[in-house]
Design a protein around this ligand. Structure first.
Ligand SMILES: [Fe+2]
Ligand SMILES: [Fe+2]
Length: 171
């Protein structure tokens, strides 16, 4: 049995993982339109990963015989000033998710929901990687500034990201 507060918190987390997926998809579309096809690909893979995060929690709830409640998603931000703006937004978003994951982890212990704590631990680790990759991209883009050839080089590098495992589930 998952307690009511735990269920509410997991449902909220499912919503924000799906919102993140939606948001990265919007960023991907913007990048593609600006001919940053490498970043567009990177962000599409990221969107699939976030979908996979939502599904992890969705499946966990079902395994615990609790009903996932899917709430509506807001409009994702779809307009950006630059590629740097895209990744700064992404970095801020991930920092927000980290705070939310930490709160979920804390709640799981408070509610003595050890299974939920173990599930959430995977996300605690994942957020370390997520923040690191966003921070690295932001730093590189800041380093090169307005230099078009360097920006295109970063874009090319981003384009080499492999597709999410299992088409977006489980990672
Ligand atoms: Fe996520
Ligand atoms: Fe993320």
């Amino acid at each position: 049995m998952l307690t009511k507060p735990v269920q509410t918190a997991i449902n909220r987390q499912i919503n924000s993982e799906l919102m993140a997926s939606y948001s990265y998809l919007a960023m991907s579309a913007w990048c593609d339109q600006q001919n940053f096809t490498g970043a567009a690909r990177w962000l599409r893979v990221q969107s699939q990963e976030e979908y996979g995060h939502a599904m992890r929690l969705f499946d966990f709830m079902l395994a615990k015989d609790a009903a996932p409640v899917l709430a509506s998603l807001g409009d994702p931000k779809g307009a950006f000033k630059s590629l740097l703006d895209v990744f700064k937004t992404a970095y801020g978003q991930e920092q927000g998710v980290t705070r939310q994951i930490n709160a979920l982890y804390e709640l799981a212990f408070k509610e003595k929901a050890y299974d939920t704590a173990v599930q959430t631990q995977w996300f605690v680790n994942e957020q370390v990687e997520e923040e690191r990759s966003m921070r690295e991209i932001v730093a590189k883009l800041e380093m090169v500034g307005e230099d078009a050839p360097s920006i295109l080089e970063i874009d090319r590098e981003l384009g080499s990201r492999a597709p999410a495992a299992g088409g977006g589930e489980g990672e």
